[in-house]
Ligand binder design. Sequence first.
Ligand code: 13P
Ligand code: SF4
Length: 307
Amino acid sequence: MIMKSAGELLEQKIRELKEQKKAVILAHNYQIPAIQDIADCLGDSLELSKISKQRPERLIVFCGVRFMAETAKILSPHKKVILPVREAGCPMADMISPDDIVALKKQHPDAWVVSYVNTSAEVKALSDVCCTSANAVSVVKNVPVKKIIFTPDRNLGWWVQKNVPEKEIVIWQGFCVTHEYFNVEDLRRVRSEYPDAEIMVHPECRREVLEEADVVLSTAGMLKAARASKARRIVVGTEEGLLYRLKKDNPEKEFFSLGAAKICVNMKRTRLEDLARALETEQEEIALDKDVIEKAARALERMLEYV
Ligand code: 13P
Ligand code: SF4
């Protein structure tokens, strides 16, 4: 008789519970490999929000951080959305509050508030439109106003301003505590040591890193670009979880992190044990105020209109 390991037994339990409860498991590209492997769908913020709406299952277990699970709930309020680890938050999302948005609107009454999805549901509800790293440039280009308040990421805001010079953008000074550690010295060192390598970075990196990289892309954008790239060696400036999938999808290419690997502790909180428990107990359920859901949904749906 073949004995199963503890990990295999846990995976089996997750599959059985998922089947029994008719649930779907969604996971962000930064999750640990074991979660990426067992998830039904893997993606960036934009892909996962679209998938959460399209999937027929009424129970969504979202392996990611709180704002992502909240986005799924906002877009599908009739579904039950579970975040396996309640403490899995995003420090960048905590850098802007609803009161900050109210004050900004008072200061700039003629501007539209464009909020990155890395925000709380309450902040989204006070925003005119949302964006993700994959569509921020087109959203800002296409909104029917000249003046924008962009929150909360100063680096994505700077990248958008560079690409949409015709708009006046007031940029909030939030940032990602993980991407902040990528630096231009590492980028220059990689360039001189591996001149043939392609350097892809996420727009949450600091502006001097964005300026010198070959391409600036969301995590899904990097996956697509890596498949199409002629380079055999690709250096990636984003959370190290993405490297697992990049290597899996492109075994003929080599992938390296830009400098030492950077880890988002919140993205790494969810383990197989947490996923099994979440399926069993259906906790922690995302609960949002009805009015917040309605207003935040308008900002998220507008995002899809303006891309
Ligand atoms: P993506 O939408 O590119 O996956 O980014 C989400 C995020 O939180 C990056 O830090
Ligand atoms: Fe938030 Fe940065 Fe982690 Fe993304 S990588 S979830 S922006 S802290």
